[in-house]
Design a protein around this ligand. Structure first.
Ligand code: CA
Ligand code: CA
Length: 570
């Protein structure tokens, strides 16, 4: 009797331990295909699964097993990557909602709907990109710039922390990063003259550990004490301009245990009119590498110094091995693909990954700086009538050669799978003054397609040579992310298809219509011996809101909000 009780207690303790997400589990996430604990399917963000059951030979048997609707009237853009742990799926949805589902059946376990105030100011739809798991908690951020931690089992709120003032334009839409026992987040609001920063909190309590502003001149903090100013005040920003400098790391970050560094990309400097802030405007439109122990910037690489096109450099920095060294790759909104040394930031390679880049002809590998084509910078309004500067034709358009949709890397092929878009804009500058909570652009623009037959293109890119191994064109702009497993690549389209192609040749071998546009990255995992593939479907995001001529081309697409899950038919 006693022995039986003891064994029940031991079993209960084991089940409890299995339910808790530990630092070791997160560090090893990419090597444990039975769960998906982080955005990027591993903190390096490679979105590669070691599973092999679903492959080019078996893909014909991949069929839907369940679909679950987010319900209600709150449709709009669904950019969320689900997480899977302990038989449960955690998935966020538009309007700051999160659901827990039975991962095998799709049955709803609980949902949490954040009460949003009037007057939130998300720039680019009411989206959310996913949650983070730690201990018994699931943590996500909200459009009114808060972080909420809920009990994974009950969905009850355990803690809630304010990031900043939503009425000043701050918001939050990224999936938080967990690394070395810290919850690491950026923030959004770069179109409103807010000041970007990366913050680390205790994931169990929400208590702040460090804060690192991403605009030069602002003070960082560690354990409540001053921890040094970011950069050197006024070195690259004139006058008071750094006080409304933007540079928001709104896509969140990646982490590599080998370097101990968290990598965050930063958004545009404020305002868009570059003539009022002559200088490089550090650390806007950059990759920054932060030592997670000290909260200090170890290196930075600026993709677009003195950005004048809204080329947010937020894109994910994915670390990988090349020639025996740890590197990081980033396909920047500005149309260039960069490879930097992950430990030092030294530029190793850079090449365009779209057909046309008008703002710079190339990136000088010696200096690390773009070779600008000066006459293609939108003009200074004070040079003419004071109301409107010279209009520039600019490619890529501000929605970017690539935007928020994360690419994937396969160590098997050595290729990056990059969702790209080909478009341009007419852009001009106008005078602007900062006003709290108002758009801080000082620019006007219209986005147009470059080609008649396609805007999107999924491209397989060799980071060493810059060669495009293959591409699959898409009529509408691609806005969802990519996942690779075995010899396949998966991605979604605004037209509603989840597609799979051969990773080596690009031959499309499978597709399924999800009923609304896909603007989110797929995942895969294995549970009780069965490999599953999941993706969130629901058209929206920045394109229909900001896309100009392009928005007219996609206005027939219907909204939605659902998770789809697939497995192989026996
Ligand atoms: Ca895993
Ligand atoms: Ca921006």
């Amino acid at each position: 009797m006693k022995r039986k009780l003891l064994s029940i207690l031991v079993m209960a303790a084991c089940a409890q331990a299995g339910a808790q997400v530990t630092d070791a589990m997160i560090a090893n996430d990419a090597n444990t295909p039975e769960d998906v604990l982080s955005w990027g399917m591993g903190t390096q963000g490679q979105r590669f699964s070691t599973l092999t059951d679903v492959n080019a030979k078996t893909i014909g048997r991949l069929v839907p097993v369940w679909s679950m609707s987010f319900g209600g009237e709150k449709q709009r853009g669904q950019e969320s990557q689900p997480l899977v742990h302990n038989g449960k799926m955690f998935v966020t949805a538009s309007y700051s909602r999160i659901f827990a589902l039975d991962a095998k059946t799709g049955q709803k376990l609980w949902k949490y709907e954040h009460r949003l105030p009037e007057g939130i100011m998300p720039c680019c739809d009411v989206i959310n990109r996913g949650a983070a798991l730690y201990d018994n908690l699931v943590i996500f951020g909200t459009l009114d710039a808060q972080l909420v931690a809920l009990d994974q089992t009950t969905g009850k709120v355990v803690w809630r922390e304010k990031i900043d003032d939503y009425s000043a334009g701050y918001s939050y839409s990224a999936a938080p990063l967990i690394a070395e026992g810290l919850l690491i987040t950026g923030l959004s609001g770069g179109e409103f003259g807010v000041v970007g920063r990366v913050e680390a909190r205790d994931p169990k309590t929400g208590k702040m550990v460090w804060s690192r502003p991403t605009v030069e001149g602002h003070m960082g903090f560690l354990n409540g004490k001053e921890n040094g100013i970011t950069g050197t005040t006024n070195a690259t920003w004139p006058g008071e301009t750094w006080k409304t400098g933007g540079a928001t790391p709104w896509l969140g970050g990646t982490y590599d245990a080998k370097t101990g560094l968290a990598y965050f990309g930063t958004g545009n400097p404020g305002p868009w009119n570059s003539h009022v802030r002559k200088g490089d405007n550090l650390y806007s439109a950059s990759t920054i590498a932060i030592d997670v122990k000290t909260g200090k910037i170890v290196w930075h690489y600026q993709n677009t110094p003195n950005d004048g096109w809204d080329y947010d450099g937020v894109n994910e920095f994915i670390t990988f091995d090349m020639d025996g060294k740890r590197m990081g790759a980033k396909a920047d909104r500005n149309g260039f693909f960069y490879v930097n040394d992950a430990a030092t930031g030294k530029l190793v390679n850079a090449f365009p990954f779209v057909k046309k880049t008008t703002w710079a002809s190339s990136i000088d590998l010696k200096t690390g700086r773009p070779v600008y084509i000066d006459e293609n910078r939108p003009g200074d309004p004070t040079a003419g009538d004071g109301k409107k500067g010279k209009t520039a034709f600019a490619a890529p358009g501000f929605l970017g050669g690539k935007n928020q949709m994360p690419m994937a890397y396969s160590p098997k092929t050595g290729l990056f799978y990059v969702p790209t878009n080909e478009w341009f804009m007419d852009i001009w500058n106008e005078p602007i003054a900062y006003k709290k909570g108002a758009a801080y652009l000082g620019a006007g623009f219209t986005i147009k397609p470059l080609f008649e037959d396609h805007i999107g293109s999924l491209r397989a890119i060799d980071p060493k040579t810059g060669k495009v191994a293959w591409e699959v064109k898409n009529t509408a702009p691609l806005w969802g992310g990519v996942m690779t497993t075995s010899d396949l690549v998966f991605w979604g389209t605004p037209e509603g298809f989840l597609k799979a192609a051969d990773a080596k040749t690009g031959k499309v071998v499978w597709e399924f219509q999800t009923g609304s546009g896909i603007v989110a990255p797929p995942i895969t995992w294995k549970q009780d011996g069965v490999q599953y593939v999941s993706v969130v479907s629901g058209w929206g995001g920045a394109v229909p809101l900001w896309g100009g001529e392009v928005a007219k081309k996609v206005n027939f697409l219907e909204q939605g909000g659902a998770v789809w899950t697939f497995k192989l038919l026996k």
